[in-house]
Every structure is written in C-alpha cells, then in structure tokens.
Ligand binder design. Structure first.
Ligand code: PLP
Length: 366
C-alpha cells in the first residue's frame, strides 16, 4: 500500500489513524456484529456515537450551552438557503463578498429577500479581505454574512467584521476546527465537513438557540426548518450516519493531539513553510495579499509573463508533482495555476516534501 500526499480542497485528506480505526471496525463495530453503515440510527449503539460526537465537538470548540449543534444534510450549498429561510424576519440581510462561495450564498439569499452587498473584493479577483470596520449596515438587517475562509481564493478573515450589533453568520467550511474560535461572537457557524473534518455528506451547524423558532419564511420545507432538526436532536429523519461516525473519530483525534490550539500552531507552522518558499522563489508566487493569507488553502502560480509559457510550465509542474505522489494540486478553474490545501490532516512532512519538490522543479526549469 502506498498513500499519496493529497492536497485536494475537498473531499480532502483524513487522518490515517482515523481511517485505520474505521477499517478495523468495518465488519463489527465494538461487538455489535455490524458495521456502522448497517445499523439503525435509532439504535442504542448509534445514539452513543452521535451523542459522543456532539459532546466532543462541544468540548473542542468550547461551545456555550445556549448554542445547538446540528448535523444536517444538503451540503453547505443547501445551507445558503436555510440561512434566509430561518433568519430573514425583515427580509433584509448584508453580505460581504470575498469569493465564489460568498457570492453563491448571496445569490441564494436574493431568492428570499433583499440581500445587500456590504463590501466586496471582486475588483482584485478576491485576492484580499475588504476593510470591514465600518460597513453600511442598516438597522433593519437581520444578519451579516461572511465566508470566513475562502477555499478557492485562499484568503481568510483574520478579524471578524464589525457587524454593528447584528448577528453574524459564518460559513467556515474550509477552516472548521483549524484553530480556536470564540463561538459567542457568532449567531451561526456552519460548514460542510468534507474539507477539514470528515467525509462528504454532512453539514455541522452551531446555532444560537434564540434563532431556532417556528417563525420562518412561509414555504420553508419541514426539513430545512432548524427547529425541526433541533427538536429531534438531528434525528428527525435518517442522518448521514457513517459520516457523523467518522467526524466523531476526527474529533477524538483532535482532542488526543492537543485540541484546537495545538492544531492552530501546527497549521501556522505548515503554512509558513509553504508561504516562505513562495515568497523567496523566482518561479512560484502566491496570489493573495500577505496579511489575508489562509492557513488552509494556498493558491499559487508560476511567475512567467508569457501566458502560453506560463500555462505550459504549470501543466508540467502539476504532471510531475502527481507522478511524484503530490496529488490534486491543480488550481480551481476560476483561478488557474495551483492550489495546495493543507488541512489539519496533512502531515507537516507532506508540506516539507512538497516544498523540496518545488525547489527541485524550479532548479530544473530555471
Ligand atoms: C466547498 C465549500 C462550499 C460548498 O460545499 P458543498 O457541501 O459542496 O455544498 C461552501 N462554502 C465553502 C467555503 C466551501 O469551501
């Protein structure tokens, strides 16, 4: 067996230890004689799995008691609609546009009410985070929305926007559990787990309790009403059982490895290795402003003026990297170039070896 270094933006690398444990439990989960894939979500065994997952997540993120944790389906993309459906009492909300995922959430909100662009970094291909200290937020807005880490463009909010007292909703899909957060600063934190937490199929939403009510937009489907899910402890219908089980294992892995503060330090160390190289390289360069760089997603290009030559060298790099066991480095189609996603489960050796490989490639292609 040989495993690659997987730099995919999502679905993405998972801790090897977790995969091995899951393999060991595949045929017989803890003496139950069944795989977790095969058991009833109403069984005692499964109840313990989902309850423990929630408890471990609460501990890791230090989630206050007045927040509910929901395990949902439909991906982050469906949650784009759930936010206005459950929160637009005045049918008006402010959106900060820092990339494609924020834009998609913004477009979705417009179906349900007035979504206002508060700030945007579209003028420079989303390569920075706009100044959010004094946004045109009005009293009648129900919430302010951000995508905290921009998976495609590789920027991250290092400081939360001044929401002028309005509830903050954050899509944290690609920075979930990458560092400690103060949950109480948000009204809603949510993310698809397939980036930094687990296999695809589940969205985890952490929602302040007072936002979970029957007062939703007319026409909101039962399943998309947060109250339905909260009242049933995420078991209104069959949840993504196996995905939640693996997420639970990742939570335990995080706890064992020192929790989110330790993860932050490791992530900073990993990112520094790659960014330092990009800054000193003559061939490769990062694409976003230094102060807004993401710790998780690192887009970069070849610093070559001639567009054809640039495309040729980038394609050569991706091909040779793949052959050397560094996979999924091709950049998102909207940015081009390369992107290395270095989530929690990417070991530091993976980043060190990638940089070694890039140095060698640079020498050979000088
Ligand atoms: C991947 C991603 C999404 C979309 O997630 P789906 O689960 O595929 O709907 C939304 N927001 C961010 C920040 C993402 O990285």
């Amino acid at each position: 067996m040989s495993r690659v270094y997987n730099f995919s933006a999502g679905p993405a690398v998972l801790p090897e230890e977790v995969l091995k444990e899951a393999a060991e439990e595949m045929l017989d989960y803890k003496g139950s004689g069944q795989s977790v894939m095969e058991m009833s979500h109403r069984s005692k065994v499964y109840d313990q799995i989902i309850k423990e997952a929630e408890a471990d997540l609460r501990e890791l993120m230090n989630i206050p008691d007045n927040y509910k944790v929901l395990f949902l389906q439909g991906g982050a993309s469906q949650f784009f609609a759930e936010v206005p459906m459950n929160m637009m009492k005045n049918k008006k909300a402010g959106y900060i546009l820092t990339g494609q995922w924020a834009k998609k959430a913004f477009a979705e909100a417009k179906i349900y009410g007035e979504a206002v662009e508060l700030a945007s970094s579209a003028d420079k291909t989303f390569s920075y985070i706009p100044d959010c200290s004094d946004l045109p937020i009005t009293d009648d807005m129900d919430y302010v929305y951000i995508c905290e880490n921009n998976t495609i463009y590789g920027t991250k909010f290092k400081k939360l926007p001044n929401t002028k007292g309005k509830d903050l909703v954050a899509d944290v899909s690609s920075c979930f559990l990458s560092e400690p957060v103060d949950v109480s600063k948000y009204a809603v934190i949510y993310g698809g787990v397939q980036k930094n937490v687990g296999p695809a199929g589940c969205v985890i939403a952490i929602i302040r309790e007072d936002l979970i009510t029957d007062d939703v937009l007319p026409g909101t489907p039962t399943m998309l009403k947060w109250k339905t899910q909260a009242d049933a402890d995420s078991l209104y219908n069959t949840p993504p059982c196996y995905t939640i089980y693996i997420c639970g294992k990742v939570f335990k892995w995080l706890k064992k490895n020192g929790g989110l503060q330790a993860m932050k330090e490791l992530n900073e160390k990993k990112a520094r290795i790659l960014y330092d190289f990009l800054d000193e390289s003559n061939l490769f360069m990062g694409t976003v402003v230094k102060e807004d760089r993401s710790l998780m997603n690192v887009p970069f290009v070849c610093n070559i003026e001639d567009a054809d030559k640039k495309a040729e060298i980038e394609a050569k790099f991706i091909k040779e990297a793949t052959e050397a066991g560094f996979v999924n480095l091709k950049g998102h189609r909207s940015v081009g170039g390369m992107r290395a996603s270095i989530y929690n489960a990417m070991p530091i050796e993976g980043v060190e070896k990638l940089v070694e490989f890039m140095k060698k490639f640079e020498k050979e292609n000088a």
